[in-house]
Design a protein around this ligand. Structure first.
Ligand code: IFM
Length: 453
């Protein structure tokens, strides 16, 4: 393990108005999947199919946050964070995805939750879509069907109107890449489709719905601040060869530029678009302008860089992500590379100039053990956190408008296809008893935020 020196980072190294938070998402923590008339989501369906989730689990109970949210928000407050990123489960608001009237009980749940944040001095950062699409919409084709875009806009309208007095910060979509490609090309996430053409269409509709939602939120919420959260990766060629350099550019075209270019008014990158042949999405006149609707910030979820090689026959773009052995990795196999975060944010700032950037997720998973002394000594996560905060400071020092950091995650939770086997929390959750224990990394974050480390 690479030790990080805790002395070299202090909260006071950051601007006084820097936002400090933690992130979660509805399906990963809420549980109570049938309570208060919540509808079925694609993740309920996906989890029910044997073999989809590594440990056969689901988010049915998860962290039981639906019932335990007061304690969880108090954990976030005790950490010293001043913001909290959460997501709203669409099927709690519209159990069938659309409808004449929303489900009042669903609105009431989030109302209590948001009041709980405000009472604790946590600024609510709401994500509208963190992957739990109502199953009824998937039954009509899901995001591949353009009518899902209209349904999303209607859901956005209802929710943003309802919370207009209490939520100012809105994230339309979390990681559209994952929605589109994990869910509809690789088939490892809900809805479990493996079709590149469908994935590209899904991606287009998700981005379109982002653009259409922005003016709706602005109309409903005075002083609203709106953006999307993208999962982005710094990329490196596997060798000095021209082939690997070209492969890296192609991979970047889909992994990063497909989203960044479209959101910043440049359309989809032509160099990769032309490689997709008849698989390209149907794009109507005006769609690209809608997608490029100006935002207030860009959310970046940073986890790891990728090394790319040219490989004929591999994937759609003849590219392959390779692993070199001599790097530090998390238990997920993801490379630990704080410098990659600096490079990535510098690149985004240089090439796209978003008004503000927030690190809306950053974190790591390790095999945590709750010891007999009642402690979780997660030194590796602690080191990961410190080094990424040091990297964040370098970003700020370079004059890049990074305005906040949200650690993923407040709690260990349901890690999608990996089930409960991947712990990302600053807080350890015993899923048998639902007991929460702040890990060493969480204690350090608390001391950092309170200025006592
Ligand atoms: O748990 C996920 C989260 O839902 C989206 N971003 C990455 C995290 C870790 O895999």
């Amino acid at each position: 393990m690479n030790k990080a020196d805790t002395k070299f980072i202090r909260r006071s190294d950051f601007p006084a108005n820097f936002l400090w938070g933690s992130s979660t998402s509805s399906y990963q923590i809420e549980g109570a999947s049938r309570n208060d008339d919540r509808g079925i989501s694609i993740w309920d369906t996906f989890c029910a199919k044997r073999g989809n989730i590594r440990d056969g689990s689901s988010g049915d109970v998860a962290c039981d946050h639906f019932h335990r949210w007061p304690g969880d928000l108090s954990l976030a407050k005790d950490l010293g964070t001043n913001a909290y990123r959460f997501s709203i489960a669409w099927p709690r608001i519209f159990p069938n995805g659309v409808g004449v009237a929303p489900n009042q009980k669903g609105l009431d749940f989030y109302s209590r939750l948001v009041d709980g944040m405000l009472e604790r001095g946590l600024e609510p950062w709401a994500t509208l879509y963190h992957w739990d699409l109502p199953q009824a919409l998937q039954d009509q084709g899901g995001w591949a069907n353009r009518s899902t875009v209209d349904a999303f806009v209607r859901y956005t309208d209802v929710v943003s109107k309802h919370f207009s007095d209490r939520i100012k910060n809105w994230i339309t979509h979390n990681e559209p890449w994952c929605t589109a490609f994990n869910g509809n090309y690789e088939g490892v996430h809900a809805p479990g489709i493996k079709d590149f053409k469908i994935a590209l269409q899904v991606c287009h509709h998700v981005l379109l719905s982002h653009g259409l939602a922005i003016p709706v939120i602005r109309r409903n919420v005075l002083g609203a601040r709106v953006g999307a959260a993208l999962s982005l990766h710094p990329l490196h060629p596997a060798s000095d060869s021209d082939e690997d350099a070209a492969a890296t550019k192609r991979h970047d075209g889909l992994r990063n530029r497909w989203f960044l270019d479209a959101l910043h008014g440049r359309g989809y990158p032509v160099d990769v678009w032309t490689q997709f042949g008849d698989k390209v999405p149907r794009v109507r006149e005006g769609d690209l302008d809608v997608i490029a609707t100006p935002t207030d910030f860009l959310g970046i979820n940073y986890y790891f860089p990728e090394v790319v090689a040219n490989e004929h026959g591999s994937g759609i773009l003849n590219t392959k992500v390779v692993e070199n052995d001599d790097v530090e990795r998390t238990a997920f196999g993801w490379e630990v590379c704080p410098k990659g975060m600096v490079d990535l944010l510098a690149r985004v700032h240089r090439d796209y100039r978003p008004a503000e950037i927030y690190l809306t997720e950053n974190g790591s998973t390790y095999e945590d053990v709750l010891r007999p002394d009642g402690e979780v000594h997660d030194e590796q996560r602690l080191s990961f956190l410190i080094r990424h905060l040091q990297a964040a400071r370098q970003v700020v020092d370079q004059g890049i408008p990074l305005k906040g950091y949200f650690a993923w995650s407040l709690l260990d939770n349901f890690e999608w296809a990996e089930g409960f086997g991947r712990r990302f929390g600053l807080t350890y959750v015993d899923f048998d008893t639902q007991r929460r224990t702040l890990k060493a990394s969480g204690k350090w974050y608390r001391a950092f935020l309170h200025g006592t480390n």
